[in-house]
Design a binder for this molecule. Structure first.
Ligand code: HEC
Length: 458
């Protein structure tokens, strides 16, 4: 085994002989058909013979080196059988030249061209095997790249990623695609280098010949992380061939191990951090932000009649952006106060209103009953109103609400408990209310992702 591998590694060296000789023999043959270079004809057979012999030697060495670790199996298959076809073809050329076999004068040049082409393509595949796909076109102008390799980049890794981070299963959707791409050639069901299959849960849990490959919550005792972070060129560096893990991939692997190396956990239940989110977005085009309702579900455009009706009631509505029919509603400066009748108009756009600012408009606890029906609200400002604990329970069905401002109201700790059921809530502004730091910590316990601003604690 070691001897064949030792010999096999001469394959990349030896292949230059058949490539040169077969191409040279072909060129000499074509030149010799012109009168001026006719003298070359006497050497064509000899050169082609050397080409065929060296092709056979190269093919044998190639067969040996194919056992070496981790060539891309599809490329290897093509390269191997094309190489063997070149051997047979070059032997045939000799057989024809030495007139063991008679063929028509027209056929020979066609055969020469076909075999010269095959030599070139086989060599190119061999290059891909050793240097990796795309080596040749790496520095080509963009239009050349597009022709040869399409738009393949890391973003393709996550082509099947669910669009909502809530549905992303960390192992299946993030870790496995990385391992498949970078380790899968050598650690799979049929090829378990080091006794290790990294592509199945069982395989990962079993580990390799030397035991476990990961230690839950201990990335730096986990063999699969240690080996990918060795200095490149180290004997144990993984992957020994092909593209190493990128910084982002190492970070993701580390994060997965750190947070429990679970095979089922969803992205949203893991502690993530903004650095990780930035890397996922930058390197994999993966948006892990929980998207607000107005980016997820489209709604119908509000007609101009309804807009006018809103305006008559002191409500100025604007689309939140050009291509988005959700509404941002404020109060017209001509109105000092809004009545229950005015507020009723909001129900006409209960499907569309997502941002609402009714600060300082004499809003009462009873009025909140109407507001509580605007179920697409994500941002609600009710500052400087006569609101107390009585009204807040009306709001607890606002399941998309992310931000609420209750600055300068009569809300106290008791009222805050009404917000506990709003899991989407991320920000609450509560200065100049009766809320105490105790009330804040009770709420934070229920909603750990909520940040609460109560200004100066009293
Ligand atoms: C080109 C083939 C190849 C690729 C790609 C590859 N490995 Fe390996 N791996 C091997 C070989 C061969 C061994 C056994 C020799 C050794 O231990 O170095 C091995 C061994 C290992 C071991 C030790 C198993 C044991 O218990 O002995 C770990 C862990 C490992 N690889 C992780 C990885 C990870 C993680 C990746 C992807 C980032 C990867 N490998 C990619 C060829 C590969």
């Amino acid at each position: 085994m070691d001897t064949t591998l030792f010999l096999g590694r001469f394959h990349p060296l030896v292949v230059h002989l058949p490539i040169t000789l077969i191409l040279l023999g072909g060129i000499m043959h074509f030149l010799s058909t012109k009168g001026k270079y006719k003298y070359l004809d006497s050497a064509v057979s000899f050169v082609l013979l050397l080409g065929a012999v060296s092709a056979v030697v190269a093919a044998i060495l190639g067969w040996f080196v194919a056992e070496d670790r981790g060539y891309d199996p599809n490329t290897l298959f093509l390269h191997r059988w094309l190489g063997i076809t070149v051997c047979i073809g070059s032997i045939m050329l000799c057989v024809i030249r030495f007139q063991v076999l008679q063929v028509s004068d027209r056929l020979f040049p066609i055969l020469v061209i076909v075999i010269m082409g095959m030599v070139g393509f086989t060599g190119h595949l061999g290059g891909n095997l050793t240097h990796g796909e795309g080596y040749l076109t790496e520095y080509a102008p963009d239009f050349v790249k597009d022709i040869f390799q399409g738009n393949s980049n890391d973003q393709m890794l996550f082509a099947n990623m669910p669009t909502q981070p809530d549905s992303v299963i960390v192992f299946n959707d993030i870790i496995l695609p990385i391992v498949e791409a970078k380790c899968g050639n050598c650690h799979n069901d049929s090829q378990k280098k080091g006794g290790l299959n990294l592509l199945t849960v069982d395989g990962l849990e079993e580990g390799g010949d030397n035991g476990a490959v990961f230690v839950t919550a201990k990335p730096f005792e986990s063999e699969m992380l240690l080996r990918t972070t060795l200095p490149p060129g180290h004997k144990k560096f993984m992957p020994p061939k092909g593209t190493p893990l990128s910084f982002s991939e190492i970070e993701l692997l580390k994060w997965w191990i750190n947070s429990g190396a679970s095979f089922e956990q969803r992205f949203s239940t893991l502690e993530s951090n903004s650095n990780l989110a930035t890397l996922l977005k930058r390197d994999f085009g993966l948006d892990t932000r929980i998207k607000p309702i107005y980016e997820m579900i489209a709604v119908e455009l509000v007609g101009s009649e309804v807009m006018e009706q809103l305006q008559e009631n002191g409500l100025i509505a604007r689309q939140i952006s050009q291509n988005n029919n959700y509404l941002d509603i404020n109060v017209s400066p001509d109105f000092k106060e809004l009545t229950a009748e005015n507020l009723d108009a909001l129900l006409l756009v209960s499907d569309q209103v997502t941002w609402l600012d009714l600060s300082g408009m004499g809003i009462t606890d009873e009025n909140l009953e109407i507001i509580g029906q605007l179920e697409k609200l994500t941002r609600l400002r009710l500052n400087s109103n006569e609101i107390s604990d009585e009204g807040l329970p009306y709001l607890n069905k606002l399941k998309y609400l992310e931000s609420i401002s209750l600055y300068d109201t009569k809300v106290s700790d008791k009222g805050l408990t009404a917000l506990e059921s709003i899991n989407s809530l991320r920000r609450a502004y509560l200065w100049q209310t009766l809320v105490t730091s105790e009330g804040v910590s009770v709420l934070k316990e229920k909603l750990p992702k909520l940040s609460i601003d109560i200004g100066v604690v009293n």
